[in-house]
Design a binder for this molecule. Structure first.
Ligand code: FRU
Length: 491
């Protein structure tokens, strides 16, 4: 049942006695709880926020509505980790408890200065007529983990933009700090604007990022700018793009453009094409950080807005993606799972198998939580692929069609269905490299992340199969192919 506005804006401390415990218990009983992804104890998780390394640890917050599985009033929930693999739940980072964030502590980012971690975020407020007024707020976290809110640092939306003005991503360049903010122009087109500050307190509006996309959706959420290999990379999540072939199939998109580094004076960004970051069904609002060892890491929300999910009736919704390391190769971003994830590897199985005109169930390989490396070679067939989470009536299928040079993830039979109006397959084009397709999978209870051809493409999706759908199969239609499969049980 959908909640009404009063229910959606109830804060955690307004819960009835036992209500929160009951919700957690409900979530605990869900068959789809994840084993190695960041997920809420109960309630709804969305965007990753404040991803940072501070005081010897990674910190990763997320958008959180505690008392239901819809998008109600948002908190920042705090998690931390020393290895990007094992995350500690630290409890509420920030509650929507001031007049500047009364209707939600919305998304934002973090940066260290003078031994404090500064958290810059959007305070969402509404007046009695429900008109929205966004503030860009600031808080600090000290070495003890104590978070203190400061007065808002940007208290007006500049002329020319609507109240859809949010999600500051902050960075330092020389003696100045900068942030990009996702915005909507009065004419209902999306863009990002730039601010500059000498001290993280006084912020000056610089103007829009000048891109080659003057009319590209109606709102750009969660912008992120960084430099990698002397190139500028701008990530954002545009809303309102029409589907084009296999592209832009989800309700909203998330992608990037690579160019010459952003000119911070003219705000000119000369860039190439917009590419989607992920080809799966459930990926949105990613955020990156520069790790202390120089790696650029990305985490996204493993979910989509405005879609009903099967766990909505089970007291919890959504999780974050695994952290990925970014690099630029051949003019595009590559995303590889962070190396630290190999810590989770348990028992290993290996199969080398040639399939002829057939589908072969591989009895030695099965499971729910595993990592898997698959190399498909000698492809002499119309269609080759794998099936995971196979059960009596269930399977999640990944297949490659050499003639079309296309890879497809099919979740038509993945278990409980969702978002059917957006289709049940996702595809991307994939030229064969030396005649080989490689798939690197991370399977959790209710998600699949597939890194294709060493991170050239990624498919990230939720799936909701039964727990006894654990089988694994290989197939080659009208011909044959050779499969080399290594599987590691996880944790
Ligand atoms: C993206 C988003 C952000 C906003 C946050 C609110 O999913 O809509 O633009 O800050 O979620 O939870």
């Amino acid at each position: 049942m959908k909640m009404n506005r009063t229910q959606l804006y109830r804060k955690l401390h307004e819960a009835e006695t036992g209500e929160w415990e009951a919700l957690k218990q409900l979530a605990d009983q869900s068959p789809w709880r994840q084993a190695f992804h960041i997920q809420p104890e109960a309630g709804l998780l969305n965007d990753p926020n404040g991803f940072s390394f501070f005081n010897g640890e990674y910190h990763l917050f997320y958008q959180w509505f505690p008392l239901g599985t819809q998008h109600g009033i948002k908190y920042w929930y705090h998690t931390s980790s020393t290895d990007l693999v094992h995350w500690n739940n630290k409890g509420i980072g920030m509650a929507p408890d001031t007049i500047y964030d009364s209707h939600g502590a919305y998304s934002g980012s973090a940066i260290e200065k003078d031994n404090l971690l500064y958290l810059m975020y959007t305070g969402n407020t509404r007046n009695t007529d429900w008109k929205r007024y966004p503030f860009q707020c600031m808080a600090t976290m000290d070495q003890q983990g104590v978070i203190t809110k400061l007065p808002p640092v940007i208290d007006k939306v500049p002329a020319g933009y609507t109240d859809h003005f949010r999600d500051p991503k902050v960075w330092q360049d020389g003696e100045y700090y900068y942030c990009v903010i996702g915005a909507q122009r009065i004419d209902q087109t999306g863009c990002a604007v730039l601010y500059q500050s000498p001290d993280l307190q006084e912020w000056t509006f610089q103007g829009e990022l000048n891109t080659a996309l003057p009319s590209f959706g109606y709102m750009w959420e969660c912008p992120d700018y960084f430099e990698l290999d002397q190139q500028g990379v701008f990530l954002f999540s545009p809303q309102g793009l029409a589907t084009i072939g296999d592209q832009f199939q989800n309700i909203y998109q998330s992608g990037y453009m690579i160019g010459t580094p952003l000119d911070l004076n003219t705000r000119q960004f000369d860039h190439g094409e917009f590419y989607e970051l992920d080809h799966g069904f459930d990926f949105y609002a990613p955020q990156t950080i520069l790790a202390p060892d120089g790696r650029r890491l990305l985490v996204g929300w493993l979910g989509m807005p405005e879609i009903d999910y099967p766990t909505d009736t089970q007291g919890w919704a959504h999780c974050l993606t695994l952290p990925r390391e970014l690099s630029i190769e051949d003019g595009q971003l590559r995303q590889r799972p962070v190396a630290e994830l190999s810590q989770l590897r348990g028992q290993q199985s290996h199969v080398h198998h040639t399939v002829h005109h057939h589908r072969d169930l591989i009895s030695s390989i099965e499971g729910i939580h595993y990592e898997m490396l698959i190399q498909i070679s000698d492809i002499q067939a119309d269609k080759v692929g794998i099936e995971v989470r196979v059960g009596t009536d269930e399977k999640t299928v990944l297949y490659y069609e050499p003639a079309l040079e296309k890879l497809t993830l099919d979740r038509t039979l993945s278990g409980q269905s969702l978002a059917l109006e957006y289709g049940t397959t996702r595809s991307c084009s994939l030229p064969l490299e030396e005649g080989i397709v490689t798939l690197h999978l991370f399977m959790d209870t209710s998600s699949i992340e597939v890194f294709v051809n060493d991170g050239r493409n990624v498919f990230t999706s939720r799936i909701f199969p039964q727990l006894n759908s654990t089988g694994f199969a290989l197939f080659a239609e009208h011909g044959s192919a050779c499969f080399d499969v290594t599987q590691w049980d996880l944790i």
